[in-house]
Ligand binder design. Structure first.
Ligand code: ADP
Ligand code: ASP
Ligand code: MG
Length: 401
């Protein structure tokens, strides 16, 4: 069997933990399986490197950032390989490029275009454990690129796909996917399985346990994906195709996203094209707009609200300021968060959203914005009430049972 293991930052956070990972990999290898390991940078390392660059400028060149940030994963890959060799295992460390990963040139958020697995396959054939530095590839000119924060998950899934691996196991400090972040609600329950679509919503809505692009790719390639703990031998969660009985569960998880800021534009002249102009300009600045709300206009004026990631809040302010002549008033709030409920059962049941709004009312939490899809309901509320909302929703949908 060919298995891809991925170990995140906490799992390789210091030398002792790298030693622990080496022991786990060695044990897996000893069963006779072929193992390819993808590693993250040691925890805190990527943020530290970002901080170094920001010492000089708030807007460093993205190409240089990729050169800088990709180094963290290389350190861990080399160290894990050395640790395995010291245990008598034949191991080889590879950069993204050596593993054959070619991406486009969108520095700091590159997309994988192709993978040539031949170098990895040759090493596997020689009985080696292949240890790949996650989060990176190179573009066609040979410049190093990175895959967006949390991108080592994506490296692992993509390599599992290219190698036609039997399974891809993502190891972190939690032993699977829970009904909500166990750090917020200790009563959260571990799920044995979850559908790709639900997991994709949870990740996209802020559950960082798996990077959303990795889940999307796993679904596309049909990669058998597990979330497991590097500190225990528990079974973990299988992320897989939706099956019949999954729809019996109304809500499978609730998520809190604190990385949200709200922009409200009041008295916007309601002429055709105004929304296109504002949102095109935001897109040109690479500002990711999430929820958007516009009201029916009165007297030719309307109100327009949307949310952006907190880090892009200042840039969004600058962009909308350019529309001064079209807008009567602007209002910005960095102290908001988004709470969401996710479940494939919503497709076939009514009243799920109404119940969520009732929970908010009972908790005296004011809902500022709402958006829904077939399998989720999201609400923007005050940041100070985010964790309270998560716990109340978790209880209301019996997720602790
Ligand atoms: P790594 O550094 O290994 O990539 P992450 O920190 O990215 O790990 O992801 C693991 C963390 O995700 C956990 O410590 C947990 O607090 C958080 N998390 C958020 N939502 C969930 C959830 N629904 N189930 C499990 N963990 C979750
Ligand atoms: N080290 C990178 C990050 O912190 C990638 C990863 O850990 O997956 O975002
Ligand atoms: Mg992660």
């Amino acid at each position: 069997m060919l298995r891809v293991h991925k170990y995140g930052g906490t799992s390789v956070g210091d030398l002792e933990r790298i030693e622990n990972v080496a022991a786990r990999v060695a044990k897996a290898k000893e069963t006779g399986d072929d193992i390819v390991v993808v590693v993250s940078a040691m925890s805190g390392e990527t943020n530290k490197l970002v901080g170094y660059a920001e010492h000089f400028t708030s807007n460093p060149a993205k190409k240089e950032m990729d050169m800088l940030l990709s180094s963290g994963e290389r350190v861990t890959a080399a160290l894990l390989s050395i640790a395995l060799q010291s245990k008598g295992f034949d191991a080889v460390a590879m950069t993204g490029r050596q593993a054959g990963i070619v991406t486009d040139s969108s520095h700091t958020y590159a997309r994988i275009e192709s993978i040539d697995p031949s170098a990895m396959q040759a090493a596997i054939k020689e009985g080696k454990v292949v240890v790949v530095a996650g989060f990176q590839g190179t573009n066609k000119d040979g410049s190093v690129t990175t895959l967006g924060r949390g991108g080592s998950d994506l490296s692992a899934v993509a390599l599992a796909g290219a190698l036609d691996a039997d399974q891809c196991e993502i190891y972190s400090d939690v032993d699977g996917i829970y009904t909500t972040d166990p750090r917020i609600e200790p009563k959260a329950k571990k799920l044995d399985t979850i559908s790709y679509d639900e997991m994709l919503e949870l990740s996209s809505l802020g559950a960082k346990v798996l990077q959303n692009r990795s889940v999307e790719l796993a679904k596309k390639l049909g990669v058998k994906l597990y979330a497991k703990s590097s500190f225990s031998d528990n079974k973990g969660t299988l992320i897989t195709e939706e099956s019949g009985n999954m729809e019996e569960v109304l809500v499978s998880g609730v998520v809190l996203d604190k990385n949200q800021a709200r922009v409200t534009l009041r008295g916007v002249s309601d002429r055709p094209g105004i929304a296109a102009e504002i949102f095109t300009m935001l897109a040109n600045e690479n500002i990711n707009v999430d929820m958007i709300i516009q009201n029916k206009s009165t007297d030719g004026l309307t109100n327009l609200g949307f949310t952006v990631p907190q880090s892009e809040h200042e840039n969004a302010k600058k962009v909308v300021a350019e529309f001064d002549h079209d807008i009567q008033g602007m209002d910005f709030d960095q102290h908001v968060c988004k709470v969401s409920i996710v479940g494939v059962g919503m497709k076939s049941h009514s009243g799920v959203a109404a119940q969520a709004f009732t929970v908010m009312a009972e908790e005296a939490i004011n809902i500022q914005m709402i958006s829904t899809s077939e399998i989720k309901v999201s609400m923007v509320i005050d940041e100070s009430q985010g964790e309270q909302a998560i716990r109340a929703l978790h209880a209301a949908y019996n997720l602790d049972k």
